[in-house]
Design a protein around this ligand. Sequence first.
Ligand code: FES
Length: 124
Amino acid sequence: MSEQTAAPICRSAELVDGGLGVRFSFERNGGTLSAFVVRHDGKVYAYENACAHIPVELDYRDGEFFDLSRRYLVCATHGAYYAPETGVCLGGPCAGRRLAVIGVVEHDGAVWLQDPDPILKPLN
Ligand code: FES
């Protein structure tokens, strides 16, 4: 386990399997990107909050990333759905494309950015 200098994205208990995700933002290359983390089959996965079809945010309400089955991530705009464990689009206008992965790790009861790059840091 590496030293963590940044604040955690969220506490582990905030992420219920197939439940609401936690939105966060971070800085990269001088810009601020929107991202989210969810729990699926017990593991945490994070992606940039941008559809692979058109770069709009996926959630129709803050944190609502899963479809009704709670098994797939879905874009609220045109319905693309994604495998939570890979970010690959399984159906919709961008089938075969994928969400941009954000590396996260879970330990000490919290979820953290994995990338030690100092320009990649949680803002909230
Ligand atoms: S913008 Fe997400 S499916 Fe088209």
